[in-house]
Design a protein around this ligand. Structure first.
Ligand SMILES: [Zn+2]
Length: 255
């Protein structure tokens, strides 16, 4: 069973199998207070939580992971290439300049203010992270398989759950554009991403995932399967001039 939690800005998920629970991404740091209610909604308790699996280690996905690790020793999983981000608390390097985007787009301001207000003024650091690699079947409730889809961040992964006909995309694709607010499915914006070239290349891997329902870090689930979501994202990207040589690019920004 999959349960969506969070806010209209940031999603996180419970993945339940046989009464045991994996938290997939942990929202913003101050979302900890949402956990008991989310567990109650699927008739589970805090004792049933066995693991936190991160699609990537950005602030709005690490969220309350450290808090839960401190409280209950719950292990936190992240891809090899995401360990540095998860454990150092450095601002991620991004391809697009955030400041002009903040000035231009109300939606971008709302996203950043929301994350800051919910404990994300500086990136959290995890004390201990369990690594996983591309293709690995994770031995946690729900048994997701990791598919490395770098671009938004170096170690971004989608988590495929064949038994649910579903995949957690993290921000490899987004339900709406977190800068402009345009509805997706869409590639994540350059202002929040490490390499758009990689993010575009990773769409081939997203497309190959056999899942009817895609759950995003931001926005409503997509129930039309991976190929149509990727086609939609590619259309939006092409319409915006994405991937063309000489397309405008900002300088790296620190949030
Ligand atoms: Zn995100």
């Amino acid at each position: 069973m999959i349960h969506r939690a969070g806010t209209p800005i940031v999603n996180w998920y419970l993945l339940e199998e046989g009464g045991r629970v994996t938290i997939v991404d942990a929202g913003c740091p101050r979302y900890r207070g949402q956990l008991e209610g989310a567990l109650r909604a699927i008739d589970r308790r805090i004792e049933d939580v066995e693991a936190i699996v991160l699609t990537h280690a950005h602030i709005d996905h690490i969220g309350f992971a450290q808090k839960l690790q401190d409280e209950r020793g719950v292990p936190v999983f992240a891809h090899d290439a995401e360990i540095a981000q998860a454990t150092t608390g450095k601002a991620p390097s991004t391809e697009g300049a955030l400041l002009p985007a903040l000035l231009r787009h109300r939606r971008a301001r709302e996203v950043v203010f929301h994350i800051v207000r919910h404990g994300g003024a500086k990136p959290p650091k995890l004390a201990s992270v369990t690594r996983y690699g591309d293709g690995e079947l994770l031995d946690v409730p729900g048994h997701p398989r990791a598919v490395h889809v770098p671009g938004h961040s170096p170690g971004s992964c989608l988590l495929h759950v064949p038994a649910e006909g579903a995949a957690f995309l993290g921000d490899a694709l987004s339900g709406w554009n977190t800068i402009t607010g345009q509805q997706g499915p869409t590639l994540p914006p350059a202002e929040f991403s490490n390499s758009m070239e990689q993010a575009r290349a990773s769409l081939d891997r997203v497309q190959a995932v056999s899942a009817d329902t895609l759950y995003f870090g931001h926005g409503d689930p997509w129930t039309g399967g991976a190929p149509s979501a990727v086609a939609h994202a590619r259309e939006l990207d092409a319409a915006a001039g994405g991937g063309r040589a000489g397309s405008p690019q900002g300088v790296p920004a620190e949030v």
